[in-house]
Design a protein around this ligand. Structure first.
Ligand code: GLA
Length: 686
């Protein structure tokens, strides 16, 4: 279990470094991410290099038994880069430059930025690649975090090349983008600009490619640095830090190039859905690399500085949040940052070592956590523990949130609502692209899959024909990979599977609001509904919002009909046997009660069980192999009968008492052949 933080010794005089190492040892720290923002210290001018301080820090850490995740330091170019090479600066939608003075002020597609960053990485790699303290490489930092899109001239030039590579001939692009509409036909790739400020909506097919390009440019920066590290002989794992469901970067496409997935997660202490949202994020990143533990690369010990108001965590929440990561597959627990800054924008951000020193509750929590993690020892790798797949797809997300649609759907908000219904029942979920839905799952939910690629449709069809249970809809299977309607109406790929005919969207008034909240890492998402369409499922009166689609059964059985709204009388929920499985369709976005009732019906139909049956409300459960993690998020102390061993002490357990925020890691006897099967862990709960 890795334990540590970002370490920025370049913010401090040398006298502090020995104390840092001593206190790291005291806290149980065994790794630090070093030098993430140290470019200007390493290379104070174009032809001036200073590695002496870094040599000294690495030696001290090594002598103290602290491993190093060495950063390539390319996330914040020094002032001389921006001053001497203004072409490295990114631009906003109107083409106006972003200026230096903060961080991430680089155009990802700028050849000059890449050349200068590459030189820095080459020198770092050549110097430290064989250093025994360096056990990992940290490329850049949170690619795209502040700058979701760059509209600079560098981007323009790179976009034209990217498009020419993709389409080869301009006619192919014209067909893919449907440029006959509004006189948008291009004569050559040189006529294309980034989607800068325009009088009205940009072509949606072009926006989809623009988003792909934007994600690819960030990925190219990562890959260029990775290639330099490998060329220099790096044998350590190479990665960068993800931000969970971060819209600009298609992490499913990035994941194969990460030796290990690292993720930054900052649950909002004021959000009533913080537990659900963080669980979603952790399941998402675990699912990016099946079977491989991931690393929680940044969390806060207490308050952050970047929301409008920044209360600290409630007592015990740090352990509870950490346990959620471990239970959901993390083998590393790291913080931003080791020592609280004295200056700069983040001086109010908490750290492992607060400015107030070691006689603080934060320091006590940090040292206690270090000791508990050490006691946990080696953990089983997360396996195929989930029997349920939630279909999550970046391209579908991008396309569905384009403008000019019947309604504005907040993709993440809808995903979180469905995820929440599974999470509240203690059901383990993988979060995957449609192509990844296979017969390892019993149940798959594709709540909004507006854009459905041919391969994704084929996988879902195979899944159901092979015996799986699928829930789809609404606003699913409407467009192809170019955001164009397919020939033959709507729901063309899944029509036979679902046994329905789709007539109309049935847009309701109102809109979904909320979305990403403040910063990409906050998952504050709520549905602000105006009009609803009511329907009943399993005796529960539910409200649908946004859409009450008009669908007709064409083989499917109608489970529920809309009782109110413009589509009253038309099916709200259908169910269709197909092959050895069945496919359900829901024609609206249900409220929490509706989602819960539908999930109840689905898990019964698919014979899917919670990890542990009958847990008290507020107790979260997660499983990785034979390790079951229980976290009491409720206010009351709960009592749970268990049979297993305490993973920290090795003691046999018959009974657990968990006060609010308390956690337990329990190794349970699971027969080897059932570890990957749909077995509730053998914890008996009365
Ligand atoms: C991000 C960054 C860090 C720091 C933290 C603050 O995760 O990677 O450098 O700014 O946010 O929460």
């Amino acid at each position: 279990m890795l334990y540590g933080a970002d370490y920025n010794p370049d913010q401090w005089p040398e006298e502090v470094w020995d104390e840092d190492v001593r206190l790291m040892q005291e806290a149980g720290v065994n790794i630090v991410s070093l030098g993430i923002f140290a470019w200007s210290r390493i290379q104070p001018a174009e032809h001036v290099w200073d590695f002496a301080w870094l040599d000294a820090v690495i030696e001290k850490l090594h002598a103290g038994g602290i491993q190093v995740n060495l950063a390539t330091a390319t996330a914040s170019p020094p002032p001389w880069v921006s001053a001497n090479y203004p072409e490295t600066l990114p631009a906003d939608e109107s083409g106006a430059s972003y200026w230096p003075g903060s961080r991430q002020h680089f155009a990802p597609s700028s050849p000059t930025y890449r050349r200068l960053a590459g030189e820095l990485v080459r020198r770092l790699a050549e110097r430290y690649v064989h250093h025994p303290a360096v056990v990992m490489w940290h490329v850049g930092n949170e690619f795209g975090c502040h700058l979701w899109m760059d509209f600079s001239d560098s981007a323009r030039d790179a976009y034209r090349i990217w498009l020419a590579d993709r389409y080869e001939h301009i006619d192919a692009l014209n067909a893919a983008w449907g440029t006959s509409f509004w006189s948008q036909r291009y004569g050559s790739f040189e006529e294309i600009f980034p989607p800068r400020l325009a009088p009205y909506s940009h072509n949606p097919s072009s926006m989809l490619d623009w988003r792909r390009f934007t994600s690819d440019m960030l990925l190219e920066c990562y890959l260029a640095e990775r290639a330099i590290l490998l060329e220099a002989g790096a044998t350590q794992p190479i990665t960068t830090n993800f931000m969970g469901p971060f819209k600009p970067a298609d992490y499913a496409k990035w994941a194969p190039f990460m030796d290990v997935i690292a993720d930054d997660c900052y649950p909002d202490p004021t959000s009533p859905t913080r537990v659900r949202d963080a669980a979603f994020q952790r399941d998402l990143v675990r699912s990016l690399k099946p079977g491989v533990p991931w690393l929680l690369w940044e969390q806060a010990t207490d308050a952050v500085n970047w929301r409008p108001s920044n209360p600290g965590k409630r007592p015990g929440a740090l352990m509870a949040e950490t346990a959620q990561s471990i239970g959901r597959g993390a083998d590393g627990i790291m913080f931003f940052q080791w020592r609280q800054s004295r200056a700069g924008s983040e001086k109010f951000h908490s750290a492992m070592l607060p400015h107030a020193g070691t006689d603080t509750s934060t320091w006590r929590a940090v040292t206690e956590l270090g000791a508990r993690l050490k006691a946990l020892g080696d953990l089983p790798a997360p396996g195929r523990d989930a029997r349920v797949a939630l279909v999550f797809d970046w391209e579908a997300w991008w396309a569905v949130e384009e403008r000019d649609h019947p309604v504005q759907i907040d993709y993440l908000a809808v995903m979180l609502e469905w995820y929440g219904a599974l999470h509240a029942r203690g059901i383990q979920v993988d979060i995957v692209a449609p192509e990844r839905v296979d017969d390892g799952y019993d149940l798959a939910l594709a709540p909004v899959l507006y854009l459905l690629r041919d391969e994704g449709a084929a996988a879902l069809i195979r899944f159901v024909e092979g015996g799986g249970t699928l829930l789809a809809g609404p606003f699913t299977d409407l467009v192809d990979g170019h955001d164009q309607f397919r020939a033959g109406g709507f729901v063309t790929q899944l029509r036979a599977l679902l046994g329905i005919r789709y007539e109309d969207f049935g847009a309701l008034g109102g809109t979904s609001a909320g979305g990403m909240g403040v910063g990409a890492m906050s998952l504050k998402a709520v549905l602000a509904q105006v009009d609803t369409a009511r329907f009943a499922v399993g005796g529960v009166d539910a409200a649908g919002s946004l859409l009450a689609e008009v669908v007709h059964p064409a083989g499917a059985q109608v489970e529920s009909r809309f009782e109110t709204g413009p589509s009253a009388g038309s099916p709200a929920l259908t169910r269709h046997r197909h092959g050895a499985g069945e496919a359900w369709y829901i024609a609206t976005v249900p409220d929490a009660a509706g989602a819960d009732a539908v999930v109840g019906a689905l898990v019964a139909a698919a014979d899917v069980h919670p990890i542990v049956e009958g847990l008290p409300t507020g107790v979260e459960v997660a499983r990785r192999g034979d390790l079951v993690t229980l976290i009491n998020h409720g206010d009351d102390t709960v009592s749970i009968p268990v049979s297993g061993t305490d993973a920290e002490t090795g003691a046999a357990l018959e009974h657990l008492t968990l006060a609010s925020q308390e956690v337990a890691f329990v190794r349970v006897p699971v027969a080897a052949d059932r570890l990957d099967a749909n077995a509730a862990a053998s914890i008996s709960v009365s």
